[in-house]
Design a protein around this ligand. Structure first.
Ligand code: MSP
Length: 660
């Protein structure tokens, strides 16, 4: 049943080395879609990879005292092993440092230049290094990057520009006429109103201030803007502008570009404009899913949220992690991760609903029949269970087309819940006591075995290890009984085979014990870069909040000794005879403001900070500075280049609020 081709991509990942459950989100979603479509007879190509150029990488490599390549190979290796642990079935892994990709990007840049869609000019604008994005002054929010809220740098240099403005109408029409191009739909209005309607401006597509990138072939002091370089991975990976473009001819364009919401601007505006300029067909769909958040515990070290996917999958199984991402986070919206929810869900949905159904059924089959029993005429609620089963494939297939991955998982769990209820209704243990009910008992257990088989066939797309275990217990090897075509009719499971009740699929966990152990692991993990470090953006996304293991760790008790409070600066003055110190009066909700002396006068004038909310270390021993008793310390972030910024709450909150 060969269907069409299906080309699906994840964004290519920045090799940050900070892997967490949020990092896995897009890739696990794509993996489930790719597996589903393969099982459904599509010719699938699933692409992922790494985005390795740009100033940020160059700086990180320098800071680590390594060459870029050395630095990257190690981190990219970690990412690939993460994908292996999680069972990611990609067909190709592209690195933007691959020679074939760099050559192709050079050809693409030249083609756009020769066509007149890239031209040289002078650039003056604001650049956000962490986001690798340029902004005009009017796009900044409070003078900061509108995407991540961090400081931006004023940049002036000779640059090449892409005529994005020329494609204003094309892009506007694309989004307005094609309601399924950018999904979910709410994101479409956001793009149209915030970016397209105000007018698309030409895009700066080369840099001269660093050299870690693809060189512009006809002007070698320029490197290609990372987003142009990165976006074209989707085409070069298939051989576009390369030596062999057979894959490109077969799979282009992408059916789905999957990503989190913060990068849809690049994929739904800039990317189709680039493609139109090259007369290439446009992707079928750009899907911007939500973020995985850590509730209000952005800096999760205080609560001990372990979110290292290696640790989680090692302790609980990769499928438990896949399940959480695929089901618990409502697809398209933001979802919260917490250890507690993770462990509880594993117990309730996996150990109970799925695991118990399988183990109870197989135990009863073995105990009462020793092999898969014969089906019998429908009775009682059989028809309802069968009908739900028979509708399941179509329902899941339609939801995966949208795509609505958590909706598809909901549909599968609905059948599992129904099957558990069916056991309670039919009470096979009672039927077993009455010899005259033997045929009925046989029919009930057959219905359960067939339900489990059907669910396992579908679960191969979502939780491949678990599905394989279930199918093996049912004595099913690869082949017809595990294919989607076996779902067409009820009753493909043959009677008479042996079933094996192996180890429980998901052993029940003692929640409190697990949470304590996870807290203890978290306490031994230090967030890389301290509060004054370089990369502590106030971003709630997991990748910005989580760090990696380093050696000099403190434990949770040490951290809890620090009393951090929100304070409001009610007054501030320069300290006489010094150009470094400000003396501020800070209200911590204690009735009387505290006096705090801080070394920020080079960065802030007194009037800049009056009225601002800041974070104060409230239980620091008072010290005298220039004769003034300072009763606390204000937290700031500073980077290697000497920039300093005060840490402030993202929303106003009562003075004296505890920072946790
Ligand atoms: N390199 C760019 C993409 C270029 S594509 C031409 C990039 N990389 S990333 O490493 O920052 O992000 C990779 C993917 O992970 C993106 O889809 C990103 O949005 C997603 N996520 C990173 N953190 C996430 C969460 N906490 N939650 C959900 N998705 C998250 O952007």
């Amino acid at each position: 049943m060969d269907k069409d081709k299906y080309y699906i991509t994840t964004p290519i990942y920045y090799p940050s080395g900070k892997w967490h459950i949020g990092t896995c989100y897009t890739t696990i979603i794509c993996d489930a879609l790719a597996r589903f479509k393969r099982l459904d007879g599509y010719d699938v190509f699933f692409l992922t990879g790494t985005d390795e150029h740009g100033q940020k990488i160059q700086k990180a490599a320098q800071a680590a005292g390594k060459s870029e390549k050395e630095y990257l190979d190690n981190i990219v290796g970690q990412l690939r092993s993460l994908w292996q642990v999680l069972g990611i079935s990609y067909d190709k892994f592209i690195r933007t440092t691959d020679e074939y990709h760099k050559r192709a990007v050079q050809k693409i840049f030249t083609a756009l230049y020769e066509k007149g869609d890239i031209y040289k000019n002078e650039y003056e604008g604001w650049y956000c290094v962490p986001c690798e994005s340029f902004w005009t002054k009017s796009q900044l929010v409070d003078g900061k990057c509108p995407d991540c809220g961090r400081e931006v740098q004023l940049t002036k240099e000779e640059s090449y520009f892409f005529r994005l403005s020329k494609y204003q109408k094309v892009i506007e029409k694309l989004l307005e006429d094609n309601p399924t191009f950018l999904m979910p739909r709410s994101r479409q209005n956001e793009m149209i109103n915030n970016f397209i309607k105000p007018g698309l401006q030409d895009l700066c597509v080369s840099r001269t201030t660093f050299d870690w990138g693809v060189q512009v072939p006809f002007d070698t002091k320029h490197v290609v803007y990372v987003w142009l370089d990165a976006l074209f991975n989707y085409a070069t990976a298939l051989g576009y502008m390369g030596d062999d473009d057979a894959l490109f001819r077969k799979y282009w364009p992408a059916d789905v570009h999957m990503m989190a919401k913060e990068i849809i601007r690049f994929h739904s505006i800039i990317w189709p404009a680039f493609l139109t300029a090259l007369d290439l067909p446009l992707p079928g769909k750009v899907f911007g899913h939500g973020w995985i958040m850590f509730g209000s515990d952005k800096m999760s070290k205080s609560k001990g949220n372990v979110v290292d996917p290696f640790i989680l999958s090692d302790r609980y199984g990769a499928d438990a992690l896949r399940y959480y991402i695929l089901r618990v986070v409502p697809f398209g919206q933001d979802g919260v991760y917490s250890n507690e929810m993770f462990v509880k869900t594993r117990n309730s949905d996996l150990a109970n609903t799925l695991g118990n159904l399988v183990s109870r059924t197989l135990a009863m089959v073995n105990q009462y029949f020793g092999q898969v029993p014969e089906p019998c005429e429908d009775e009682g609620t059989d028809a309802e269970l069968k009908e739900l089963n028979m509708r399941l494939y179509d329902k899941v297939a339609a939801l995966m087309d949208e795509p609505d991955v958590s909706g598809a998982m909901d549909a599968i769990w609905e059948v599992l819940h129904r099957a558990n209820k069916y056991i309670d209704e039919c009470e096979p243990w009672a039927l077993a006591k009455d010899e005259s009910k033997r045929t009925r008992l046989s029919g009930v257990l057959y219905n359960l075995v067939e339900t489990i088989r059907r669910v396992a066939v579908l679960l191969q797309a979502f939780m491949p290890d678990t599905a394989a275990k279930i199918l093996t217990s049912l004595g099913i090897k690869d082949g017809e009984l595990s294919g989607f075509s076996s779902l067409k009719q009820w009753g493909a499971m043959p009677a008479g085979g042996n079933v094996v009740k192996g180890e429980p699929l998901f052993a029940r966990l003692d929640i409190n014990k697990e949470l304590k152990e996870l807290d203890a692991i978290a306490a031994s993990v230090e967030i890389k870069g301290d509060v004054k470090g370089a990369d502590n953006g106030e971003d709630k996304r997991a990748d910005k909040a989580e760090g990696v293991m380093t050696v000099d760790s403190i434990n949770i008790e040490d951290f809890e000794k620090i009393d951090l409070r929100v304070g409001t600066v009610v007054d501030s003055k320069r300290v006489e005879k010094t150009d470094k110190l400000l003396c501020s009066q800070i209200d911590l909700g204690e009735g009387k403001p505290r006096t705090v002396v801080s070394g920020i006068a080079k960065y802030y004038a007194p009037e800049d900070i009056i009225g601002k909310q800041v974070i104060v270390v409230a239980n620091l021993k008072p010290v005298k500075l220039r004769g003034i008793l300072s009763e606390g310390m204000v937290l700031c972030a500073s980077d290697a280049e000497g920039n300093l910024t005060l840490i402030t709450p993202s929303k106003g909150i009562a003075s004296g609020s505890e920072v946790r």
